[in-house]
Design a protein around this ligand. Structure first.
Ligand code: FCB
Length: 413
């Protein structure tokens, strides 16, 4: 199964999850909540998970700290990506480093990211730069972060500074990452910072993040006309639990609209490309119950359902835009399922391409094991294993299998 000419192959990371040494709303929240998260792990996770990952009961697991020390080791990490045949890499800039005080931009931080981009280019790796992967500078979180109606203004001012400084070496920009994950986890479920359960806030954040995307889109294009700008879109394959039930179909429509469609509709023509970040397959049952078949699951207990990516892609075809899979991956510490996972997803992606869906690239999540938000370090998503004591990098066997696909742009089944 050959992939189209120019297909991009790579993996993704985000600043807070790999860099280490960050100072943002998330790093503050971790310190305040580590004890609680460790305690709650006993109820939250199955006995087999607690046994396999006893570190989840230790508060230290929930503090990002040095993370993977990627801030200092990016050259080494990009050597690995190159060795693995990657010709593209997605990463994010840490806003709290670049604008630690309102309106004051830090030259050293932007210089660092200039070096990072240069390190990728030197290795023939195309950078995909994300501007906001969930963390906020403290001055911004103090005034409500994305809930503040001035968020779009602050975000576009930051985007302008970044585009002016890095624009000549970046072709692909991702403004905001997975708006619906933040809306759902921070403002509906109240689990992520700022742990607010408020439908009103959720709507505000929808509006502000979509406006932030649009303003940043315009700003980046004003500075570099030819740039490609999109946003990181978590797309789930959602089905009514029972297709013959009108009520299941009704809740399915509502949930599907808010999860998969609303943000795209709000940002309409202000996307040069579309993205797919695919992890979930869900059946929805009236009044509101999410059902997963769970025939196969990852270490996190997330269902593995490769065919879903095909349906998600087919659904985007109508927009007629290039599509990049900017995230897809699983937590699999023993590397028992990763090779099959990648190959099966690529099989369905290839099938979509054969049916004329314009898919241009695939980024596995993640290059490295990293800090998985409120779950901390125990879930292992990496192509590369990290020993958090020594910071040693170890390439997993599945990464070598993925490398063969990247190098030949071909999947052999
Ligand atoms: C996505 C996030 C990413 C990572 C993966 C597992 O939703 O964008 O940062 O946490 O899930």
């Amino acid at each position: 199964m050959k992939f189209p000419d120019g297909f991009l192959w790579g993996s993704a990371t985000s600043a807070h999850q790999v860099e280490g040494g960050n100072f943002s709303d998330w790093s503050e929240w971790e310190k305040q909540n580590a004890e609680r998260l460790a305690k709650e792990a006993r109820q939250k996770w199955q006995p087999w998970q607690q046994e396999k990952f006893p570190e989840m009961l230790n508060p230290q697991n929930y503090i990002s700290g040095r993370a993977c020390d990627h801030y200092n080791r990016y050259e080494q990490d990009f050597d690995i990506a190159k060795e693995l045949g990657h010709n593209a890499h997605r990463f994010s800039l840490e806003w709290s480093r670049i604008e630690p005080e309102e309106g004051k931009f830090n030259e050293e931080a932007i210089e660092h990211y200039r070096q990072v981009i240069w390190a990728l280019k030197k290795r023939g790796i195309e950078p995909f730069v994300t501007l906001w992967h969930w963390t906020n500078p403290l001055w911004l979180s103090k005034i409500g972060g994305p809930e503040n109606e001035k968020f779009p203004f602050y975000f576009s001012r930051y985007a302008k500074f970044v585009a002016e400084n890095l624009g000549d070496s970046v072709n692909f920009w991702i403004t905001v990452n997975e708006p619906t994950s933040v809306i759902g986890n921070s403002y509906i479920l109240g689990e992520w910072p700022p742990q607010k359960k408020s439908v009103l806030s959720a709507f505000k954040v929808y509006k502000n993040l979509s406006r932030a995307h649009i303003l940043a889109y315009l700003e980046i294009h004003r500075i570099i006309e030819k740039s490609n700008v999109g946003f990181g879109n978590l797309l789930k394959f959602i089905e009514p639990f029972n297709n013959r039930s009108i009520l299941d179909r009704l809740v399915f429509r509502i949930y599907d609209y808010f999860s998969n469609r609303k943000f795209l509709i709000l940002t309409k023509d202000k996307n040069d490309f579309l993205t797919v970040q695919y992890y979930f397959h869900e059946g929805i049952k009236f009044p509101f119950k999410i059902n997963n078949e769970n025939k196969e699951i990852s270490d996190l207990g997330w269902e593995i359902y490769p065919e879903g990516i095909f349906h998600v892609l087919k659904d985007l075809q109508k927009y007629g835009k290039p599509i990049y899979i900017t995230e897809n991956g699983l937590a699999d510490a023993k590397d028992e399922k990763r090779e099959k996972f990648i190959k099966e997803h690529l099989y369905w992606i290839h099938k979509a391409i054969q049916e004329d869906v314009n898919v241009r690239g695939y980024f596995y999540w993640s290059l490295l094991d990293n800090f998985e938000w409120d779950k901390g370090f125990w879930p292992r998503f990496g192509l590369v294993e990290i020993d958090y004591q020594t910071m040693e990098r170890k390439i997993r066997p599945s990464a070598q299998e993925y490398a063969k696909i990247c190098k030949n742009s071909e999947l052999i089944t």
